[in-house]
Design a protein around this ligand. Structure first.
Ligand code: SF4
Ligand code: SF4
Length: 400
């Protein structure tokens, strides 16, 4: 049975986070179980984009600091904080994110390093199910040990993001967009994520979730911060995700990533987990605003071909931008993996604005992550809205 620890943590005061993280890791065997003296340890945080810490889109610096200090005390030779965000994997781009996410300060204060290796490494994985050849960030290849410091959030494509999805940041910068183009549907994309986890299985030893303040609603970048008050830790990323999902009152097996984790043998079908420390039922946030993963496409297959795109649109969410607000910077247009965005001049003054072709769009939400002005929002189809209202009511009744 998988072991996952769960420790309540009220807020991000450093002493509270230090204590919660230390207890959580102690309960699953102690840091010495995962890190040996002299090793190079990469702390793989979630640094999605350049945004304020208060937005709850990125791993909180106090959690990175707490884990880094434990790793250092265990005798690690180097402690390197790293990630590849939604934009280019370059020093200039990442330096700005390091600063905004509050991690540069942590590194300077605690004697850690911020990753300065922006090389890529080409992986051959013959045993991969869908990902047999792909690029990863070389800093992860060079590490002896990787510790995954994920943030619990909703995600418009995958339903949620936590330990499993956080490793998509192993793929360098804009190569992520190519991967979305290659692995368009949620089930195939899920298989790719498990190929990535398979590649790292010997060195990716520990997963720690920052669920002190999670993101609810339109995640992974446009949602709202919501206190959950917990740190979750474990050696199995799927088991950590299952516990994290229960904290936000989501049924884990309804999430395609968890289903794929079962089918790929990362966890048994009963999701058997021994939760150590605090109890899930004492910390669960019953009315957490969740989103459905975008897995409605199969239903569209039951209607005539000429109606499939319309049905899909009605049943799902989609990216959208208000034409009057779009600055015409072309970031989304340049990086959409399936060329679903065109820049169309407006009648008023001829300025090109982003226009979405929903028949081509695969709902990867790269455009949402990449828009430097945060203008790409998620819009729900009418059927999706009805289904969602129903599920919100159910949660309300439950908590009475
Ligand atoms: S329009 Fe946006 S969500 Fe749709 S495929 Fe392109 S980048 Fe992805
Ligand atoms: S990235 Fe944002 S501002 Fe730039 S073109 Fe796309 S929607 Fe408009």
């Amino acid at each position: 049975m998988e072991k996952v620890s769960l420790i309540a943590c009220d807020d991000y005061e450093q002493s509270k986070v230090d204590s919660a993280v230390s207890k959580a890791i102690e309960l699953i065997g102690g840091i010495e179980q995962f890190v040996k003296p002299g090793q190079t340890v990469v702390l793989k945080a979630n640094m999605l984009m350049k945004c304020n810490i208060e937005k709850a889109a990125t791993t909180h610096p106090s959690v990175v600091e707490a884990v880094g200090k434990l790793v250092k005390n265990a005798g690690a030779g180097r402690v390197i904080i790293a990630d590849s965000a939604g934009g280019p994997f370059t020093e200039g781009y990442m330096n700005g994110i390091y600063k905004t996410c509050g991690l540069k300060d942590v590194a300077e204060r605690c004697g850690f390093e911020m990753n300065s290796n922006f090389d890529t490494y080409s992986v051959d994985l013959p045993e991969g199910k869908v990902g047999k050849h792909f690029l990863i960030c070389d800093c992860l290849e060079q590490a002896d040990v990787i510790i995954n410091l994920c943030k619990l959030k909703t995600h418009s494509f995958t339903g949620y993001t936590n330990a499993v999805k956080n490793m998509f940041g192993a793929i360098p910068g804009l190569t992520k967009v190519e991967m979305h183009g290659q692995f368009k549907t949620l089930d195939v994309f899920g298989d790719f994520m498990y190929d990535v986890l398979t590649y790292f299985k010997d060195k990716l030893v520990l997963h720690v979730t920052d669920a002190v303040v999670a993101m609810e609603g339109a995640g992974p970048s446009n949602g709202d911060p919501r206190k959950v008050g917990a740190i979750v830790a474990g050696a199995n990323p799927v088991a950590v995700d299952v516990v994290a999902l229960k904290l936000i009152n989501a049924e884990p097996i309804t999430m395609p990533f968890i289903e794929t984790g079962v089918s790929r043998g990362f966890i048994d079908e009963n999701l058997s987990i021994d939760v150590l420390g605090d109890k899930i039922e004492d910390l669960v946030v019953a009315d957490f605003k969740k989103i459905q993963p975008d897995n409605f496409k199969p239903f569209a297959n039951y209607v005539p071909r000429f109606l499939q795109n319309t049905v899909h649109r009605l049943m799902t969410q989609r990216p959208t931008v208000r034409k009057s607000k779009c600055k015409g910077c072309k970031k989304c247009f340049e990086h959409c993996p399936v060329k679903a965005i065109t820049m169309k001049p407006t009648k008023k003054n001829g300025t090109p604005k982003a226009h979405f072709d929903y028949n081509k769009c695969i709902r990867c939400y790269c455009c949402q992550e990449l828009c430097p002005f945060g203008l790409v929002k998620v819009k729900s189809g009418i059927v999706y809205k009805i289904v969602h209202i129903g599920s919100r009511k159910k949660v309300k009744n439950k908590t009475k």
